[in-house]
Design a protein around this ligand. Structure first.
Ligand code: ZN
Length: 362
């Protein structure tokens, strides 16, 4: 657990793993926190008081279009209560299409992480595999993975002792997923800052600029943590570069949700456009935590994702690993569904019909 001298403006409880000290120095030297948003734990009270509302995305007012309370961050990511009064119903509906793509892109993650959407934890279904959750009489949560037939969805590695469960995500369009992330970024900046992103607002509404958007969408960084860790309340940090002349993207959006951190430059920034966009760099931040985690740093995965494609991605494989002890079989005994007793059969991964795992938070 470490901090550095450049983090003075960040909440004192924030830190990064020691191993990321070099990355953290580079990032916090280059960027200063501009604003942050934490999803509240209870309903927000926004008073409309007869004000005329203006949609920050399309510019229409409550005299022209209807306004409800729109979610600032997607409910898919566990945001229940963070809402705004600056998104009109038609923009909200429009953005719902991109959120649907985000949902497909997230695949089994929300089920595995017990992340409730509007109502309950979603069931993940894919060819031959089904994942769903339940709560038992003691209040413990369980993840159930069942397999229809002896398909290859469950495999086992004796060396690492881990069981791998695979499934196929529903088809999605990467750049629509990217737009869903950008929409969240543009919802979290202030009324004043959003003025620097006129093109970005048009872009996420599908007015155009998809080619330029694709250039930005090529650089999305994602940290993934083991599924036993989850950010309970989605949180957003927006960083701004310290040196206006540095050849870096002006603002960087960090989204902490589920067991991920998504990191992207906020696209179409007026300052960035002056530099021509393409020549700018993104200095990656370290993974930032505000509460303790109990997994080795080696379990943190960092990827650079390219979400620029406008083509539908089909048959994207998703997987979870259930870790066991190296060299040991994952299950102590074999339960026979036929006799409802313990069988003396030798464990064979191909016999598995169902795996039930109790949720333990790390
Ligand atoms: Zn609107």
């Amino acid at each position: 657990m470490a901090r550095n001298v450049y983090m003075e403006e960040l909440n004192e409880s924030t830190y990064f793993p020691d191993e990321y000290a070099g990355i953290a120095d580079n990032f916090f030297q280059a960027y200063r926190i501009e604003s942050w948003t934490v999803c509240p734990g209870e309903k927000m009270r926004i008073k409309k008081n007869g004000r005329v509302l203006v949609c920050r995305f399309c510019g229409k007012t409550s005299e022209e279009v209807k306004f409800g309370y729109a979610h600032v961050l997607s409910e898919l990511l566990g945001n229940r209560y963070l809402v705004s009064d600056f998104e009109c119903d038609s923009c909200n509906k429009l953005f719902g299409g991109n959120e649907d793509q985000l949902s497909k892109f997230l695949g089994m993650a929300r089920t595995v992480l017990f992340a409730k959407g509007k109502e309950k934890v979603p069931t993940f279904k894919s060819d031959g595999i089904r994942m769903e959750t339940s709560v038992d009489n003691h209040g413990d949560s369980w993840l159930h993975i069942s397999r229809d037939s002896a398909s290859g969805n469950i495999s086992y590695d004796l060396v690492t002792g881990s069981v791998k469960v695979t499934g196929i995500k529903q088809s999605y369009v990467p750049q629509a997923v990217y737009k869903a992330l950008v929409k969240m970024a543009l919802s979290c900046v202030s009324d004043q800052v959003v003025q620097d992103y006129r093109l970005g607002l048009d872009y996420i509404r599908g007015v155009g600029y998809e080619e330029a958007g694709g250039v930005f969408a090529r650089t999305v960084i994602r940290y993934t943590f083991p599924p036993a860790f989850r950010y309970e309340r989605p949180t957003v940090y927006i960083f701004k570069k310290r040196d206006p002349d540095a050849l870096l993207f002006n603002r960087v959006f960090l989204l902490f949700a589920l067991n991920y951190i998504y990191i992207l430059p906020i696209p179409f920034d007026l300052e960035d456009m002056k530099h021509g966009g393409g020549s700018l760099e993104l200095v990656p931040p370290p993974p930032i935590f505000t509460n303790k985690y109990h997994f080795p740093t080696s379990a943190i995965l960092r990827e650079i994702m390219d979400l620029s494609s406008l083509e539908i991605v089909k048959n994207d494989v998703d997987a979870i690993y259930i870790s066991g002890r190296p060299g040991e079989k994952p299950f102590g005994f074999v339960y026979d569904n036929g006799t409802s007793g313990v069988s003396d059969r030798v464990f064979d991964v191909n016999d598995i019909e169902r795996i039930s795992i109790k949720r333990v938070l790390l």
